[in-house]
Design a protein around this ligand. Structure first.
Ligand SMILES: *Cc1c(COP(=O)(O)O)cnc(C)c1O
Length: 400
């Protein structure tokens, strides 16, 4: 039976090619620590020879993610940035890449400070504006790099439209699918060529592993990426591959629960006078609400919100109790991040502000806590912050 064709996504998370170990029947993928493999013949080596090239545990994860993204081949890397950087090695000197303007800070850093030294040119555009994307095309444009929803402003890019534009000029489309995962969005089915993940986030889901993944459909591209993965060597270790495999089994239930809470929290925040704006593609007033609903099964569990000023943000952070204040997202515990000082610290302040990533912006990744507890926590923090006539916020310790 071809399981991929008959099972729904939720079932496929559990009943896939790695359901049982064929040798022992083990229901959890065995961790194969060997770095090298004995060869039984001089002239013909076995499938596995050296673990940088191929390792059974890493291969299990690579097969699972390939199936979940409806690709033909997956690749596991030592971090999301290792996956992204290795994919960029598909480019050659003198070629040009067009990127979403508010990409992950690390991606911005690799492109502007490293690839640029190797003669790879770049243009950042607001990818929600398709004519701006078209205007950015140069004769040497070879890659469109899409992050949707983007980080941290949750702008939604039309993957189909960008992929089509890329095909017209024989360029590739890369999509960073970290925020939604294949549970909600499958870029390869919308025409993208390379799907990238920080598996550190929702895919593993427990803030206990750093990992990256790439998936492709085209076999020639798969060969090229396999060559780069082995050559560059930033492969995922076996313990970490196992942790991602374990996390994946609960991906669907974790996301479903977190999205429910994220929707409630986004609505709550919208009604708060100290909050100037809420960015969440699950809100009907989000500019790309319809597009998001069309190309993905859900809006995800990450939202951002802007306070009326930085002082309020600082007071809020000092008062909230439940979320962790940390870098990262996509975990069982809710995580509040300060993009200006965390994910986007690698971006100069003027570049950040051009993109609307102000010092008043917080990003929230909603976890699995009871949503009423989270709302109560936020509400209590906001109530403590008073706005006086001189427009200065003062902490009054709950007193009137
Ligand atoms: C975290 C993140 C990355 C980088 O992944 P690492 O695993 O931290 O290297 C890339 N893209 C997005 C959208 C991310 O959130």
């Amino acid at each position: 039976m071809n399981e991929q064709e008959t099972y729904s996504f939720e079932t496929l998370l559990l009943h896939n090619r790695q359901k049982v170990d064929r040798v022992t029947g083990a229901v959890s993928v065995p961790i194969q620590h060997a770095s090298t493999f004995h060869q039984f013949q001089i002239d013909q080596f076995g499938k596995y020879d050296y673990s940088r090239s191929l390792n059974p545990t890493r291969e299990a994860l690579e097969e699972v993610i390939a199936d979940l993204e409806e690709g033909t081949r997956g690749f596991a890397f030592s971090s999301g940035m290792a996956a992204i950087s290795t994919a960029f090695l598909l480019l050659s000197q003198g070629e040009h890449v067009i990127l979403s303007e508010d990409v992950y800070g690390g991606t911005y850093r690799v492109v502007t400070q490293i690839l640029s030294r190797y003669g790879i040119e770049y243009t950042f555009v607001d990818m929600t504006d398709l004519s701006a994307v078209r205007n950015a095309i140069q004769p040497n444009t070879k890659v469109f790099y899409v992050e949707t929803p983007s980080n941290p402003l949750l702008k939604v890019t039309d993957i189909k439209a960008i992929s089509q534009m890329a095909k017209e000029i024989d360029a590739l489309t890369f999509v960073d699918n970290t925020f939604l995962t294949p549970a909600l969005q499958k870029p390869l089915t919308l025409g993208a060529d390379v799907v990238l993940h920080s598996a550190t986030k929702f895919l593993s889901g427990h803030s206990d592993v750093v990992a990256g993944l790439a998936v492709v459909k085209d076999e020639i591209l798969a060969e090229k990426l396999a060559f780069l993965q082995n050559s560059f060597g930033a492969v995922l270790g076996v313990q970490d591959a196992w942790l991602v495999l374990r996390g994946l089994k609960t991906l669907h239930v974790r996301l479903e629960q977190s999205i429910k809470s994220a929707k409630k929290i986004a609505s709550f925040l919208e009604d708060q006078p100290l909050v100037k704006k809420v960015y969440y593609p699950g809100l009907k007033n989000h500019p790309q609400y319809a597009l998001q609903a069309e190309q993905a099964k859900g809006p995800g569990a990450v939202l951002s919100f802007e306070f009326i000023n930085e002082q309020v943000l600082r007071s809020f952070l000092s008062k909230v109790q439940i979320p962790v204040f940390a870098v990262s997202l996509g975990a069982v515990e809710s995580i509040l991040s300060y993009p200006a000082k965390m994910s986007h610290a690698a971006m100069p302040q003027n570049e950040r502000e051009k993109r609307g990533i102000s010092n008043n912006l917080l990003r929230l990744s909603v976890g699995l806590e009871n949503s009423d507890d989270l709302i109560h926590d936020f509400s209590a923090a906001l109530n403590e912050i008073r706005y006086d006539d001189e427009k200065i916020y003062v902490k009054q310790g709950g007193k009137k």
